[in-house]
Design a protein around this ligand. Structure first.
Ligand code: AMP
Length: 419
């Protein structure tokens, strides 16, 4: 594996997989271009060296070619940000793409049409009848896997080297995110700058851990976080449980939770996790009080109460002030911090206090030398909402990819480059 910093792209064509899956409004205006900006250092380095990036991405979840998910909509903005007029191929594997890729001169760039217009990108069959038999499903899967090889080979044929800068899709073994790497030797495939930063940040919290290491797991459900929690129990010193999960744990311990969010089929699991934490010497930190509401709404009546004494007809929508203090004390004395998921329904302004206080404690710890990684959809929205993104060590762009990495899984997009 080579590093992008040391690679000289002069005269070379690079297939660059980026994540330009940006939100568009009904007039196809980009409403948030963070993901495009995140890939600029890589694309600019290739151009500055005198290389030619051939840019591949997905946009949305198309079932086939459709104007709605055409990358043409973002071409102008990409050109503007890159400072060169980026060319466009209307089909990522057609004759036009091959001709345009071959004709690219040093310093010129080509954006390919949405890779997911082809089922071969994901390698999953499309258009199967709902009543398809198991045999038909198997045959369709086999067929798409077969044609995926040709698709991948075609994409690879455009370029002299491969750069993966799409951390957001690193947990997918798709044609352009992983399989394509097989067509390049170790000296001609590499991570882009963004991917490199993401991989380093994950390694820092998973491998080179400065202690104490504290993870704050918030969000809605235990069921969606169970694998991560189990994996973290073998690594962290403190595990703070927040958000909707709080009430499953509280109920499991015999508390009264009113009509708070709960997963009744996960009560035993919550008790098991408490036991596992004990056995591993992990300090499992649970909420002691809650901000409760008489309706799931920003305008509901609210009050504070002990987390295990929530009256019937009331529900916990955030942590209370005692819990804020308890969590902050643990966070502020930590040297490595991972935050995933809000402490409450932070989308409602009246229930942001807990998430904000966790963010503030992380910012304080970071200023005192801790390494803090914030990742996974909603916690990123939190730090952005509170203006804290540049006061933590690293905000990951990967949702599912980051969570799978923390679960301890090998990400195909990373493995394909490191192999
Ligand atoms: P997740 O995607 O699992 O990280 O969950 C994030 C969502 O959990 C956010 O939309 C929050 O509003 C929600 N959430 C956090 N705390 C609670 C709570 N106490 N009750 C209901 N939803 C919650």
């Amino acid at each position: 594996m080579v590093s992008i910093e040391n690679f000289n792209f002069a005269g070379k064509k690079a297939f660059v997989r980026v994540d330009f899956n940006v939100p568009l409004d009904e007039n196809f205006n980009i409403t948030d271009d963070t993901r495009i900006r995140a890939a600029l250092p890589t694309l600019k380095k290739i151009l500055a060296d005198g290389g030619s990036p051939i840019i591949g991405s997905h946009l949305g979840r198309p079932k086939g070619p459709t104007d709605k998910f055409s990358l043409r909509h973002i071409l102008g903005h990409v050109s503007e940000l890159l400072g060169v007029e980026v060319q466009f191929a209307n089909d990522c594997i057609g004759e036009e793409a091959a001709v345009k890729a071959a004709a690219l001169q040093p310093g010129e760039a080509l954006l390919l049409e949405n890779l997911r217009f082809y089922a071969e990108e994901e390698g999953k069959p499309r258009g199967l009848a709902e009543d398809a038999t198991e045999e038909e499903k198997k045959a369709a899967k086999k067929a798409v896997k077969e044609s995926q090889k040709e698709f991948t080979k075609t994409l690879a044929s455009y370029a002299d080297c491969y750069v993966n800068d799409a951390f957001g899709t690193a947990h997918r073994a798709h044609a352009s995110t992983a399989l394509i790497a097989d067509y390049f030797d170790a000296d001609h495939k590499m991570f882009g700058f963004l991917m490199e930063k993401e991989v380093k940040a994950v390694e820092k919290v998973m491998k080179n851990i400065a202690r104490p290491f504290t993870a704050i797991m918030g969000g809605s459900k235990v069921s969606s976080k169970i694998d991560i929690i189990e994996n973290l129990l073998g690594k962290v010193d403190n595990l703070i449980i927040a958000g909707g999960m709080t009430y499953t744990f509280t109920k499991a311990l015999g508390g009264k939770i009113g009509k708070s969010l709960v997963e009744d089929d996960k009560l035993d699991l919550a008790l098991e996790l408490i036991e596992k934490a004990k056995a591993k010497g992990v300090n499992l930190v649970l909420a002691v009080d809650a901000k409760i509401a008489d309706d799931f709404s920003n305008d509901a009546n609210t009050k504070f109460c002990p987390v295990n004494q929530i009256p019937d007809e009331w529900e916990g929508l955030d942590i209370g002030p005692e819990t804020e203090k308890k969590f902050a004390a643990v966070i502020e004395s930590s040297k490595t911090i991972l935050w995933n998921g809000p402490t409450g329904v932070f989308e409602f302004d009246n229930f942001t206090s807990g998430s904000r206080s966790v963010g503030e404690a992380i910012v304080k710890a970071t200023a005192n030398g801790a390494f803090s990684l914030v990742g996974g959809g909603d916690s990123v929205a939190c730090v952005n909402k509170f203006g804290m993104a540049d006061k933590v060590s690293y905000v990951s762009t990967g949702g599912g990819a980051l969570l799978e990495a923390i679960e301890g899984k090998t990400l195909p997009g990373i493995a394909a480059i490191e192999a």
